[in-house]
Design a protein around this ligand. Sequence first.
Ligand SMILES: Cc1ncc(COP(=O)(O)O)c(C=O)c1O
Length: 375
Amino acid sequence: MKVEFYKHNIGQRDIDNVVEVLNSLFLTTGEIVSEFEDRFSRYLGCGHNVGVTSCTAALHLSLLAYGIRPGDEVITTPMTFIATANAVLYTGAKPVFVDVEPETGNIDADLIEDAVTPKAKAILPVHLYGQMCDMRKIREIADKHNLAVIEDAAHAIEASRDGIRPGQLSDAACFSFYATKNITSGEGGAVSTNSEEIAEKLKKLRLHGMSKGAAERYSRRYEHWDMEMLGWKYNMSNIQAALLLNQLENIEKRWQRREQICQMYEEAFEEDSVVTCLKVLPNSKSGRHLFTIQVAPDKRDEVIKQLEERGIGVAVNFRAVHLLTFYRQTFGCKRGMYPMAEKIGDSTITLPLYPKLSNEEVQYVIKVVKEVTTN
Ligand SMILES: Cc1ncc(COP(=O)(O)O)c(C=O)c1O
């Protein structure tokens, strides 16, 4: 049997929506993007939304919108995709890592205060695999030290914790619509914020700092535009937005199927003496973006090899960021600095998880994982 690591869920309605845009006059940022932004805001229960080209762009612009600049420090986690820390570097600021909780892999909120220096300007928590960090505690620390909170919610569109959802307690939440994300436009992203002023700023920052977007420039008679600040070219197109509209409508249905699959995995490995899983806390709804298992670090790469040989697509999310060559060389990061993140990074394997995965395929993955880990 062959089990792909990921299969997307694009259906005929999504394709029809894109074709409609392709047959229209306007391909770039216009009405369809606005429609998606409005609907996404409503779904999240958060005031404003700004569509961009990736979560990396969303993170970069959010940091800029809150004034992060060279010399500043941003507190974040080493257990994430490099985009999180790289976005901090794009602003000229420095990522300051804080270790993670062993049972969730999320930034350990109890360790954050020790990392706050006079240079600290923001906290950038990542909701790992879909489970939210302790946003109440993080907000409290941020308020005490006058820091912005920008969430990396790339994995966590559907998530909530203690009834709080991404974007509701923070200053901005950043989402990804990358090819394997819970909803996808191939590449894409968005920022959610309750601040109208920041949303307006983000709309300028995503398009070179221009005072008018293309839709405003071309839907009326010509008017001069101005460049008010230095911005980037990160604007979401109508084509991307069209691909997302119908997926957003069905997002909870797809989440339910992923939840079912995760529960099958969790039950199967619950009593396993070799394979362990991270925990979803009782007060938490995980976005269930990725499902990972942990095995002994000295066996991990061999297990991956054997799973692949038996037709199962797997990945590693993530090797700890501070141990990657660039971060070692640039910041002198070393093994031993963030032991919990290192432990997860050394032992983690991501299993297939997507709504099209059949029960038979899930059972096959479970069977093969058990076989190759007990050999
Ligand atoms: C935690 C996290 N943050 C940020 C990103 C970056 O997302 P994008 O590819 O949309 O820039 C990813 C992508 O996988 C991610 O996993």
